[in-house]
Design a protein around this ligand. Structure first.
Ligand code: SF4
Length: 299
């Protein structure tokens, strides 16, 4: 799951009055305060998908230096610096191994909001019931499970019945491509009516010039044509969102985020790579983080 997804990198809770702020102000998401930048951990477990917009897939081609042990050490170090920030588990696939996922969740202190980006992968050894049971065990610890479902079937999808089995907060996350029209979008929104839905632009097309704008934004116009616009979510260093209501009460957010998180030297997201090493940005943009820089930044 890509973190934009993802991360979503990170997930604005539209039901809360205060949102995340990557420039370092204190925010309140769910019931926990957030101080400091989000830590996004790319789990060292691949998904079996090949989404065309994925910017993480290359990282999973060579797994020889992957280390979950180093990931734990990095989580511990960052927990000591930022005991109250958000943590996003992404990949790859955080639910590729449910035992290890539980171990990771138990390892993370209760002071953090935890977000998980996943496709909810099923196979011979884990069906929908087992996945739901595992996630529900941590319903008080997980702030949101962000589930990738797209207009085209880029990911292997399990039965939609799983959504009714989940007691943990979850949200449908969909990357919308340029060829989507009103009819296709409405069919998708109808499929998930009543759930939280997050629509995302193809982030590889976004830049600092257009990420915060709605003018000349075809996707914004398309969503506006089928749903009622309610307002803009907080603008962060490298992302923002817009909230809509579809057919009554279905909350739809349109999320825009850059494919990088460091702007003018400011670190938006701290990344734990699959190797367990800590980076200052995603993918090819990132460099190993100078931990000293964290004590200089005004978080
Ligand atoms: S599910 Fe798709 S977007 Fe997510 S990591 Fe796999 S290939 Fe990339």
């Amino acid at each position: 799951m890509t973190n934009f997804l993802n991360n979503f990198n990170n997930l604005n809770n539209v039901n809360n009055t205060v949102n995340l702020n990557n420039t370092g102000t204190l925010s309140n998401v769910g019931n926990k305060i957030k101080i400091g930048p989000t830590v996004t951990m790319f789990v060292p477990y691949d998904c079996n998908n090949a989404c065309p917009f994925c910017v993480n897939k290359d990282e999973y081609r060579d797994t020889s230096d992957f280390s979950i042990e180093r990931c734990y050490k990095s989580l511990d170090i960052l927990n000591r610096i930022f005991p109250h920030n958000d943590i996003v588990l992404t990949g790859g696939e955080p639910l590729a191994d449910l035992d290890i996922l539980q171990d990771i969740l138990e390892h993370i202190e209760d002071t953090h909001n935890i977000y998980i980006n996943t496709t909810l992968p099923t196979n011979d050894s884990q069906d929908e019931r087992l996945i739901a049971k595992t996630l529900n065990k941590f319903k008080d610890k997980i702030s949101c499970v962000n589930v990738s479902r797209h207009l085209r079937h880029y990911v292997k999808e399990c039965s939609d019945e799983i959504f009714d089995m989940l007691d943990v907060r979850h949200r449908i996350n969909c990357v919308v491509f340029e060829d989507t029209d009103e009819q296709k979008l409405k069919a998708f929104l109808d499929r998930f009516k009543g759930y939280e839905i997050q629509l995302r632009a193809n982030y590889s097309k976004l830049s600092l010039d257009n990420v915060f704008m709605t003018e000349n934004d075809d996707l914004f116009k398309l969503i506006s044509s089928v749903a009622n616009y309610e307002g803009q979510l907080e603008q962060e260093l490298f992302r923002t969102g817009f909230m809509f209501k579809y057919d009554g009460d279905t909350v739809v957010t349109y999320h825009k985020t850059l494919p990088y998180s460091k702007i003018n030297g400011k670190v938006g997201d701290i990344i734990i790579r699959q190797t367990g090493y800590i980076y200052d940005d995603w993918n090819n943009y990132g460099e190993k983080l100078d931990i000293n820089s964290l004590v200089e930044l005004p978080y």
